[in-house]
Design a protein around this ligand. Structure first.
Ligand code: B12
Ligand code: SF4
Ligand code: SF4
Length: 266
């Protein structure tokens, strides 16, 4: 039976060798990934849909792929160069901007190659983010497949006060997943408390991300998604810079770096 270890080795190899995991100046975007699994019929996923943790817009694995058995989820941590480039000021660095857009193209490539690999091994496979029925709702600010919630269910981490997923390699990174009808061995145990890796949500210590946010979107009650969206998509403070590279919208990510959960569990 296929093992998580071989998928981890394979994505690690891609991160090291693939020319698409590079900034224009050749520096690496993502370092060594994490990989986790969740059963397609895990009750936690039904919980996401029925108990309004995501809500009815969330499609279960079997709604993407009839006969689905396993969801493979992975976390791609940004390299220290990309993270450190974004420490200064309230506007994102050009490296962070490329990391977001070139990095997500590379993430799409991983999803596609992983689907092909699982098909080669005799299974069926679908990457929801690349599926024609995938929807992101930028009024409600949710989607029909939340990579963070899947990563939590697969034991890769828990949510922070800033709403990002905090993994053992931190929060500054991107996430991907693929659904398959193959069985795969090597599940990680997931935290019972979905907020366990954030000290603020455990005992009110930390809270560093509150002051990192240039949009005042994070406070002691949590993170205001609409303020964050407004800052990135409407204020659009790096319009001139992003248009130089033809990127569709602005980004930010200041709450993901220069914080205790940047590259570890605090
Ligand atoms: C919509 C969206 C946004 C919106 C809304 C963000 C949000 N919090 O949902 C906006 C435009 C604001 C946004 C901003 C950013 N985004 Co965005 N975004 C998405 C997108 C497309 C969908 C997210 C989604 O479906 N959310 C679902 C809703 C329901 O999530 P939620 O409200 O936060 O969920 C809360 C509740 O469920 C609650 N909860 C309550 N009870 C319980 C009980 C249980 C059991 C659980 C599990 C949870 C729970 O906890 C959650 C966290 O507070 C995903 C890509 C994808 N399809 O996954 C990327 C994604 C979430 N974004 C990402 C990133 C990196 C960013 C930015 C840093 C932008 C940038 N690159 O500069 C900022 C960070 C903002 C922040 N602090 O979170 C990454 C996250 C990486 C990480 N480490 O977590 C993702 C996964 C993209 C990717 N492929 O990697 N984003
Ligand atoms: S900076 Fe501190 S309070 Fe904010 S999410 Fe990270 S660990 Fe939690
Ligand atoms: S991405 Fe920027 S605006 Fe959004 S919550 Fe994080 S720091 Fe604030």
């Amino acid at each position: 039976m296929l093992q998580t270890g071989s998928i981890l080795e394979w994505i690690t190899f891609l991160c090291k060798e693939d020319f698409q995991n590079r900034l224009p100046d050749g520096r690496i975007i993502f370092t060594e990934p994490l990989v986790g699994l969740v059963d397609a019929d895990d009750p936690e996923l039904i919980n996401f849909k029925n108990n309004n943790i995501i809500g009815p817009a969330f499609r279960l694995p079997s709604e993407w792929l009839p006969g689905a058995k396993t969801v493979v989820s992975y976390f791609l941590p940004f390299s220290d160069k990309i993270r450190q480039s974004n420490y200064c000021g309230s506007l994102p660095s050009v490296e962070w901007l490329h990391g977001r857009f070139i990095g997500e193209s590379f993430n799409e490539k991983i999803r596609t190659l992983l689907v092909n690999e699982l098909i080669k091994r005799g299974g069926k496979a679908v990457a929801p983010l690349l599926h024609k029925d995938y929807r992101a709702d930028y009024d409600a600010l949710l989607s029909s497949w939340s990579e963070r919630h899947i990563a939590y269910a697969a034991g890769l981490g828990t949510f922070g006060l800033h709403r990002g997923l905090i993994t053992e390699k931190g929060t500054a990174g991107r996430i991907g997943s693929v659904i398959t009808d193959l069985e795969i061995e090597g599940k990680k145990l997931r935290e019972v408390n979905p907020f366990n890796n954030c000290p603020y949500l455990v005992d009110h210590s930390c809270g560093v991300c509150i002051d990192r946010c240039p949009a005042s979107a994070i406070n002691r009650e949590g993170m205001d998604k609409k303020k964050c969206y407004h800052y990135m998509f409407i204020d659009d403070r790096i319009k001139a810079m992003r248009e130089q590279y033809d990127y569709a919208h602005s980004i930010c990510g200041k709450c993901q770096i220069d914080v205790p959960c940047e590259d570890c569990i605090p």
